[in-house]
Design a protein around this ligand. Structure first.
Ligand SMILES: *Cc1c(COP(=O)(O)O)cnc(C)c1O
Length: 441
């Protein structure tokens, strides 16, 4: 006898506490119980198919259950399941580090030459923040302040929350947070058409005032994702690089969302031709299969952690997790990078983004739509609030048309797998257009 979705949801509600979820309304929202997945499709326990329009929270780059990644994980499982990265090393961990360094962005700034692993985007950010602070204390004087952008999202652990700028996730924990200075975001539409200039001037003024206390400036390059897809001008990143150098702070690019082809290039940094001192990545690194993230570090940062005769302290980076660089995760990531290279996934992603832009033009002209923001296949469709949870209502209406979406407030996010085929791309946009028409007009 098969168990229906309704039964699973009742059992879920009795035993599970979901992330970023209000459980008072969870059951009423009729959640989808995913039983299996293939390519861009999620199939629920009632046999219904849903197009995965947000890549399972921005991670699935090649579609689900890709044969090459499946095979790589299975083969790794036959060889080595897990072995600690504290005191031993292993082949997939070494090979993945070499591959990431070979793919690292090039441009104004240092070469990224070392890879430090973590498990999720948040934990990569956490590691980067600690590295930046420790770097400052080991190269001169401890600088306890981080400069962060308003509306930023860098994850949900306390360090990552501290450098975020999203009040909904931030306000409750304020008494617990690190020392930071928030600066206006160049992607913030409320600053008007001069937002780039305003943001650069503000960063300059902030660094003049707090630069000697600042160990790092952290930004999501080119696109603030969780803010609701606030894209911004590459010039800001060039200014941030210049100001970080001028005041002796490190520059951190959080590419957890933007990395691995999401923006139509391997890294968002490439749009600006700027290289940070630390680059965090996660989400798409394993093609969306397994939890893995990394910090790519410049050589000068790594060197500051090497012990020297006469040092007062050990200089070691005392940080790492039980499952750091788990071989199964590394094997999945290596297979993902191989497929990306062999099948020109970056080119596919760029073309998919351009095709989506074209298809979305009429949607942008609909009366219920305020603005469409896009870089590559990161797309935010902002709808005018016409009822309680308008964005959510649009996603529910799209679900009835076979497309699964998740909003950020009243911005409906489209972030499909990078390899999405034309018929599914058409379905995605048509379902959205019909949902907007139904809910907003
Ligand atoms: C999602 C995200 C994170 C957090 O990653 P998790 O894997 O959810 O911990 C950090 N930074 C950015 C830019 C993100 O989009």
């Amino acid at each position: 006898m098969t168990v229906s979705s309704a039964d699973w949801i009742a059992r879920d509600n009795a035993a599970v506490w979901h992330p970023f979820t209000q459980h008072a309304t969870w059951i009423g929202d009729d959640p989808t119980v995913v039983e299996r997945a293939e390519g861009p499709w999620l199939i629920d326990t009632d046999g219904r198919r849903h197009l995965d329009g947000v890549s399972s929270l921005w991670t699935t780059t090649l579609g689900h259950c890709h044969p090459d990644i499946n095979a790589a994980i299975a083969a790794q499982l036959e060889t080595l399941d897990h072995s600690t990265f504290l005191g031993t090393t292993h082949i997939p961990g070494i090979e993945l580090s070499e591959a990431l360094i070979a793919l690292a962005p090039k441009g104004t700034g240092p070469d990224l030459t070392k890879v430090f692993y973590a498990g999720d985007g948040s934990s990569a950010v956490e590691a980067a923040l600690k590295i930046a602070y420790q770097y400052s204390s080991q190269t001169g004087r401890a600088r306890p302040t981080f400069v962060r952008l308003e509306h930023a999202y860098h994850g949900d652990t306390l360090g990552a929350v501290a450098v975020g700028g999203h009040d909904l996730f931030h306000a409750t924990y304020r008494p617990l947070l690190l020392q930071t200075v928030g600066v206006p975001s160049p992607g913030d539409r409320s600053l008007g058409p001069d937002r780039l200039r305003i943001a650069i001037d503000a960063l300059e003024a902030t660094m003049r005032e707090h630069g000697d206390q600042t160990c790092a400036i952290i930004v999501e390059p080119m696109m603030q994702g969780a803010a609701g897809m606030f894209d911004y001008d590459a010039e800001y990143l060039r200014a941030a690089r210049r100001l970080a150098d001028k005041y002796g702070a490190l520059l951190i690019f959080d590419e957890v969302a933007t990395g691995f082809g999401r923006t139509g290039k391997m890294w968002a940094a490439e749009h600006a031709g700027v290289v940070p001192d630390l680059l965090t990545c996660g989400k798409g690194i394993t093609g969306g299969y397994l939890p893995l993230s990394a910090v790519l570090a410049a050589e000068h940062v790594y060197e500051a952690f090497l012990a020297r005769p006469g040092d007062s302290g050990p200089r070691t980076f005392f940080h790492g997790h039980t499952y750091t660089a788990n071989p199964l995760c590394c094997a999945a990531a290596l297979a993902n990078l191989r497929v990306m290279g062999e099948q020109d996934v970056i080119g596919q992603a760029r073309r998919l983004g351009e095709r989506l832009a074209k298809l979305l033009e009429p949607v942008g002209a609909m009366p219920g739509v305020t603005e469409i923001r896009r870089l590559g296949t990161m797309i935010g469709v902002e709808v005018a609030p016409s009822r309680d949870r308008t964005g959510f209502a649009v996603c529910q209406a799209a679900r009835e048309r076979g497309v699964w979406l998740r909003p950020l407030g009243d911005t409906v996010i489209l972030m499909p797998p990078l390899t999405l085929a034309e018929p599914e791309t058409d379905l995605l946009v048509n379902a959205l257009a019909e949902a907007v028409a139904e809910v907003c007009e």
